[in-house]
Design a protein around this ligand. Structure first.
Ligand code: GLU
Length: 462
């Protein structure tokens, strides 16, 4: 069975780079009828917070990415880590190191002065004398002192690390007893049965250390996939300046989970030239062996395009429900079908959609003066008056086509072009010359509101 996981450190919000590897892990587990676990890596008490962990869980809920089983919190697992550390001590695969802070920094300085790699010198590796007094020892693992460690990576191929260049007997438990990052990641992945690790390639250099832990504890190695970073247009690592990176900000900006996930799946993975993927398709088609070897480029236009696509294809009832998250309640609006049909074609985000809806529902409080100059020439006021009278006299005004007929009657009777009524009417209804079809606008706001807006414009411009 394929078991994957997402293992964020709750130091802040959920980053979209993290979400992308989470999505890959999720898809791969689902595709194989496997399991996708969520593990919160909260051992760093100074940098982690409960709020950040909760924010991550919230983001997952919003996106509809369900994890299997309980969420595992590393902060609850000290006893488990202690047990495995003890095992390594008992087996002589780890040892107490009594080097003081001062001694360690002295060693560093000497190595730096000699332009050598800074590393532990193995002083206590085979120590069997009497430990120095007054020093709480750290615990170090015995790393290989020669040879190589190969990460068999599903994206990058075999990545060979020379033991001499990268390894030393790294600390697995600090003097205060707290276990270190690479140790707990390896222990947890092994105990959770994670056999496919998909994560950012910023973790590649940690992997040989984790492999040492796996091997020392006799755990089977998982398959690794290290996914190249997401870059901005300048080829640099994505940062706040390139737009939002906090997943929940995408929600605030009015992106749908479908669009965001579709956008992310294409950052670093492709299937021919297909751009639109439903969740079912992603699950069916995703395979980590197709992850690109080079960094992917973040492109906001693409995200907007996808979001517009999903908005256009979302049923109105669902859109109305989504819009409540943006404080727009349409449930009791009798023409909400027409309204949503009109705006869903025009909006790139749900927030933009809310703006377009308000532009229709709320009478203009001012008029675009340049547009007024253009539209209120000649007989504009007469035309509006004639139109208003006809609207007033009609009993059956419901659909856009009903209003369209009235407009047609006016232009025919007055012998004018459609623009002569369209432009001033547009100003009257919306305050400006752009916007959706007027017949739809009138059907949405209804007969009384239509007449009121026309009267207001006449009063203002007569
Ligand atoms: N906790 C790590 C992070 O947030 C991820 C560890 C992993 O995926 O192995 O970057």
């Amino acid at each position: 069975m394929v078991i994957t996981r997402f293992a964020p450190s709750p130091t802040g919000y959920l980053h979209i780079g993290g979400l992308r590897t989470a999505l890959f892990s999720y898809l791969w587990a689902k595709k194989n009828n496997g399991k996708f676990f969520l593990r919160i890596e909260d051992t760093d008490k100074a940098r982690n917070s409960l709020e950040a962990a909760e924010a991550i869980v919230k983001a997952f809920e919003w996106l509809g990415l369900a994890h299997d089983g309980e969420i595992l919190y590393q902060s609850n697992r000290d006893e488990i880590y202690a047990k495995y550390i003890q095992q390594l001590l008992d087996e002589g695969k780890a040892y107490y190191c009594y080097m003081s802070k001062e001694e360690l920094s002295q060693l560093r300085e000497t190595q730096m002065a000699a332009k050598e790699r800074t590393m532990y010198n193995g002083k206590y590796r085979d120590f069997d004398g009497t430990p120095p007094e007054g020093i709480e020892p750290a615990i170090r693992i015995k790393a290989p002192q020669s040879g190589t460690i190969t990460v068999k990576d599903g994206v990058k191929g075999d990545v060979v690390f020379n033991a001499l260049d990268i390894l030393d007997d790294f600390i697995i438990a600090r003097a205060d007893g707290s276990p270190t990052y690479n140790f707990v990641v390896a222990v947890d992945d092994a105990l959770m049965g994670v056999n496919e690790v998909i994560r950012g390639d910023d973790h590649l250099s940690n992997t040989p250390k984790q492999i040492i832990v796996y091997e020392a504890l006799g755990f089977e190695l998982p398959k690794f996939y290290h996914v190249p970073m997401i870059h901005n247009h300048e080829g640099k690592k994505l940062s706040k300046r390139d737009g939002a990176t906090d997943v929940m900000e995408y929600k605030e900006m009015g992106y749908t989970p479908e669009a965001l996930l579709n956008f992310l799946v294409r950052l670093g993975w492709s299937h021919g030239d297909q751009e639109i993927f439903s969740m079912e398709e992603m699950i069916e088609l995703f395979n980590p062996k197709d992850i690109n070897k080079s960094a992917s480029i973040y492109n906001t236009d693409k995200l907007d395009w996808l979001n517009a696509h999903y908005i256009k294809n979302t049923p109105n009832a669902k859109l109305a429900e989504l819009l409540t998250q943006y404080n727009l309640i349409l449930t009791s609006h009798d023409k909400k079908e027409i309204l949503l049909d009109v705006v869903k074609e025009r909006a790139k985000t749900l927030k933009e959609m809310r703006g377009l809806i308000n532009e229709i529902l709320i009478a203009p409080i001012s008029y675009d003066e340049n547009a007024v100059k253009k539209a209120f020439k000649g007989e504009a006021v007469e035309v509006l008056k004639a139109f208003k009278e006809k609207v007033n006299a009609s009993d059956e005004l419901h659909l856009p086509s009903d209003y369209h007929t009235v407009m047609e009657n006016v232009v025919n009777e007055m012998g004018i072009g459609f623009g002569k009524i369209g432009q001033p009417l547009r100003i009257a209804l919306l305050g400006k010359l752009s916007g959706p079809g007027l017949d739809s606008v009138m059907a949405i706001i209804g007969k009384d509101e239509t007449m009121l807006r026309i009267q207001n414009a006449i009063t203002a411009h007569a």
